[in-house]
Design a binder for this molecule. Structure first.
Ligand code: HEC
Ligand code: HEC
Length: 213
């Protein structure tokens, strides 16, 4: 069922991408050959931005002032994870910490494992100090992926430093704003144990369900 939902989302995105609007397909009623009325939703009605998807002009002004949390780091209340091993959302103000660049990243000042416990922050987990991409080597006229030698296991290169594919924290961790949702969300995350709402254990479980071909 979940797979189906994902698929329809992808289809919708493709539709929006190709036509600029979402169309409900007209379906012929086989009994009386009447057609279901077509309801067209324009790109301008899809979200808070309410602007064409093919231009960024005026988008920043169109989005209503979202009420971002102003609690300073160290005084905010953590938010429950949305599902098992979901990236936690940022409960504190980040206004003065952005943009993040490869050479300037204030998040690390408090969240690196050697500092985090002393300031009451959650440590950056081991997954972020690991490169999960298999190495590819050109051997005897063929490209050999390291994964072929490790069938049934996720490749892990533990680096001992932050993997630079993760330097941009807010790519995955989002600060939260108070805003009325345009679409009701009934999603309820599933957790395998009662610590999952407040912590992750992906590094220990990453091989679960991975089977050798
Ligand atoms: C001055 C120290 C400090 C800085 C800088 C900082 N944080 Fe935090 N962060 C904290 C503390 C402390 C908490 C725990 C909540 C609290 O006490 O406010 C926290 C909580 C979080 C959480 C929630 C963790 C959980 O277990 O739910 C995330 C995610 C997070 N921060 C991400 C970031 C990102 C991304 C940045 C950079 C944009 C950043 N933080 C910068 C101190 C900091
Ligand atoms: C590519 C997406 C991605 C990026 C980029 C990323 N994270 Fe995460 N983060 C996750 C996911 C997914 C989890 C939960 C699973 C896990 O522990 O790996 C997580 C978990 C965390 C946790 C909670 C750890 C725990 O034990 O509960 C903290 C803190 C955190 N990240 C901080 C950061 C900081 C700081 C950065 C920037 C240096 C960052 N993350 C960059 C995806 C990301």
């Amino acid at each position: 069922m979940r797979r189906f939902n994902k698929l329809s989302l992808i289809v919708s995105v493709l539709l929006i991408g190709s036509t600029g609007c979402l169309k409900k397909e007209a379906v012929a009623d086989t009994n009386n050959s009447q057609k279901v009325q077509v309801k067209e939703i324009k790109a301008e009605e899809l979200s808070y931005r309410n602007k064409s998807l093919s231009s960024e002009d005026g988008v920043a002004e169109a989005i209503p002032n979202a009420d971002y949390g102003k609690d300073v780091a160290g005084t905010s209340k953590k938010i429950d994870r949305a599902f098992d091993n979901a990236p936690p959302m940022i409960p504190h103000d980040v206004a003065d910490m952005l943009p993040i660049t490869k050479t300037s990243n204030m998040c690390l000042d408090c969240h690196m494992p050697e500092i985090a416990p002393t300031v009451g922050a959650t440590s950056i987990p081991k997954t972020h100090f690991t490169n999960f991409r298999p190495k590819v080597e050109y051997k005897n006229g063929n490209f050999a992926r390291e994964v072929d030698d490790q069938a049934g296991k996720v490749v892990k290169h533990e680096l001992g430093e932050l993997y630079q594919g993760r330097f941009n924290c807010t790519q995955c961790h989002a600060p939260q704003a108070v805003a009325d949702p345009l679409v009701e969300n009934k999603f309820q995350g599933a957790f395998r144990n009662n610590t999952g709402k407040a912590s992750s254990n992906l590094m220990n479980t990453i091989n679960e369900g991975v089977v050798a071909e």
